[in-house]
Design a protein around this ligand. Sequence first.
Ligand code: PLP
Length: 390
Amino acid sequence: MSEPSYQPETLAVHAGTVRSQFNEHSEAMFLTSSFVFDNAAQAAARFIGEEPGNIYSRFTNPTVTMFEERLAAMEGAEQCVATASGMSAILACCMGLLKSGDHIVASRSIFGATVNLFGSILKKFGVETTFVSATDVSEWSAAARPQTKLFFLETPSNPLTEVSDIAAIAAVAKKSGALLAVDNCFCTPILQRPLELGADIVIHSATKYLDGQGRVLGGAVLGSKKNMEGVYQFLRTAGPTMSAFNAWIFLKGLETLKIRMDAHSANALAVAQWLEVQPNVARVYYPGLPSHPQHQLAMQQQKTGGGIVSFEVKGGREAAWRVIDNTQMVSITANLGDTKTTLTHPATTTHARITPEARAAAGITEGMLRIAVGLEAASDIQADLARGLG
Ligand SMILES: *Cc1c(COP(=O)(O)O)cnc(C)c1O
């Protein structure tokens, strides 16, 4: 079921399904830590890799494998390795592909924990990172060194929704002898397929849209069999693998991903258009609006503007907090990719721990709010925001 002729929404429903002896229609959840062998010789053959098959759920599990096969088909990847969270996907990618002395070039506009992983934790082990602009491709080529092994970006970025040119940065990576990894969390393979644009690796926090209902944590690394070999070996040995229960949740989540992404996108566009004409809103950041600086690139690279909208209210922190505190329906939380709309003040939450100067340089002002638009009626979301907008 991985013929390339199937559309992603078809693959989302069917790809990867393997039925057990009971011929169940819905994918089975295999809650077992280990697997038994017919005899001693089979155990030996499995352990040395002479015979394929499951051994222990830190290595492989049938439900997790179904999720991996399904997501790989949707991203057009040869192999997918599922992980316990989005951050462990990024860690496994680095541990599998890098060694001490290697160098990373990363967009400055990436998830806060990824900045810390690269800038603090990997640094302790001799891997250095240079942070560059998400949008200025010349900074990527200028930062590349002979030791550069990995380029890393996230597009659209959080919270400013900057759009990186994946094909252009992939070309620079190739010329520099580095691999390009794209965190595709915000778009999912329904809206954007980085491997088709020249990226080598796709990263997911499955916690967000792949689940889509805010229930469990998970992640994935996807790419060629060659590049995934080290990633898989790291996971199998170090252990941040995905649980069978979570894989089952994600399998079911993927089945509705297309209709959810379409609905999130339509709602986000309606909210962004409405925000743009509110007198107390200074600026709206949404790739689906013609006013977005990379609107054209976004429309080439992504199917829609996605589900995340940021905006700046007039009156700084006080005015931004007033919007948050006057809502009655949307959830005040930093999570995203949920059926429920979530609203956050990046300057005092997700980006509170970076210096005010770095925050200002990143364009995250005190008046900025980020909304991850859910599946409620757009008119109800607008009415909820209007209460505190004055
Ligand atoms: C949430 C998030 C992550 C981290 O994922 P977890 O599942 O929370 O570990 C990484 N990248 C992006 C873009 C995210 O939004």
